[in-house]
Ligand binder design. Structure first.
Ligand SMILES: [Ca+2]
Length: 402
């Protein structure tokens, strides 16, 4: 109990650092792919240290790793060789997870693709073409709680380069400061003027008076509120019957992009961190993005602060009625959002789909926001027969003080 109190006290009073793993020369690499290479007990002593590489940095500050991760991370782009002679690269990193751990997060990005295994189980994939490259926070947020265990763990990643720049970048935190800053109102709340403009924006997106008027205003708003509305603009542009409207939209978006892509350090909050429910819906039901893009998580959190009922209804619908993929994405949103009122949704998904990835991520989410009264559902999930859910449920039970 004393340990628990100390942990809680530290979490509340300071930014606990916990265990932090960054991509750097401590990772091991191989250009060839031996059998069993992602397994925990694979012998990687002959593998070489990862080589820090330039990655896509030459394309501009927007592509630098801190910008793609969304904060001033000290992680480095790494690969098996400096020149990128190898089209694919296997990475391994061994880490010790302390007893009683409760939360584990990974934020990662790759040029061009990555597949992530934890202790031999595939946990996630990253697709560069749906990664919103060059946008602050375009990395994917992966909750590692369903896969980690106390003691020795191995994170294994297969990076694939389609050509040109190459690299993998990641930051992992065990019981560290949450990667998504939590909104609590007060000083962090958006000003009333911004709230009014957001309401106006939502109306424009959902029912513009005329397409031309609506799109013009959307462009103005997009400059102010950032990239969260860009997909809506793209959609409108694609649908515009009037080719001139589409052309003007395209030009306007191109002109606005440099303004809308804040580069780290900038201010502490993502300037594009606003979204509409329509955009959130589009993302939840997208059929390509496998993970939870970090910038969308931040955007959704800001939106959730403004419109908790709207976000809850939108995410809950995807979690309950969607496909396995949309359910997983919805749950991963709630987990990344770290907002307490998502707790009931997580519980519902955990009960309805315990033996799925969505269920595993739901249990993981409860490791952040769970309460003692969740213990019965979590105890049931902790012996459901699906390893990822069982492990995450046990971590959540520790959060709940059980
Ligand atoms: Ca590339």
């Amino acid at each position: 109990m004393r340990t628990l109190l100390a942990l809680l006290s530290c979490a509340g009073l300071c930014l606990a650092q916990g265990t932090v793993v960054l991509t750097d020369t401590s990772w091991k690499c191989s250009a060839s792919e031996p059998a069993g290479w992602a397994d925990t007990d694979f012998d990687d002593t002959a593998w070489t240290p990862a080589v820090p590489v330039q990655g896509p940095d030459a394309h501009g500050d927007h592509y630098k790793l801190p910008n793609t991760l969304g904060f001033a991370s000290k992680a480095q782009w790494i690969w098996v060789d400096a020149t990128g002679g190898s089209k694919s690269c296997l990475f391994r990193h061994t880490l010790d997870v302390p007893a009683g751990w409760r939360r584990a997060e990974m934020l990662y990005v790759a040029d061009d693709h990555a597949h992530v295994w934890v202790n031999g189980e595939q946990a996630d994939s990253y697709e560069t073409w749906t990664g919103q490259w060059g946008h602050r926070g375009c990395a994917v947020f992966l909750d590692l709680t369903p896969w980690l265990r106390e003691g020795k763990n191995v994170i294994a990643v297969k990076g694939i380069n389609d050509g040109g720049p190459h690299g993998l970048g990641a930051e992992i935190r065990i019981d560290g400061a949450p990667m998504v800053p939590r909104l609590r109102g007060g000083d962090e709340a958006l000003p009333e003027t911004a709230r009014k403009r957001l309401d106006e924006l939502v109306k424009l997106v959902e029912a513009p008076a005329t397409r031309d008027d609506g799109t013009k205003k959307l462009i103005e708003f997009s400059r102010e509120f950032g990239l969260a509305v860009a997909p809506v603009l793209d959609k409108l542009a694609a649908e515009a019957a009037d080719a001139n409207v589409a052309a003007r939209l395209g030009q306007a978006i191109d002109a606005a992009v440099p303004e809308m892509m804040p580069v780290v350090p900038g201010d502490g909050r993502f300037a594009y961190g606003r979204m509409t429910l329509a955009v959130l819906n589009t993302h939840l039901y997208a059929d390509k993005e496998p993970g939870c893009l970090f910038r969308w998580a931040v955007s959704a959190q800001v939106r959730a602060h403004l419109d908790p009922d709207g976000v809850r209804a939108t995410v809950l619908k995807a979690a309950e009625d969607g496909t396995e993929l949309s359910a997983e994405r919805a749950v991963r949103f709630i987990g990344a959002l770290d907002f307490e009122y998502g707790r009931e949704t997580l519980l519902e998904v955990l009960k309805a789909r315990p033996k799925t990835r969505a269920g595993a991520f739901a249990a993981a989410g409860l490791s952040r926001v769970g309460k003692p009264e969740d213990a019965a559902a979590l105890e049931k999930a902790a012996s459901c027969g699906f390893g990822p859910t069982e492990r995450a449920a046990k971590a959540a039970l520790r959060t709940c003080g059980k």
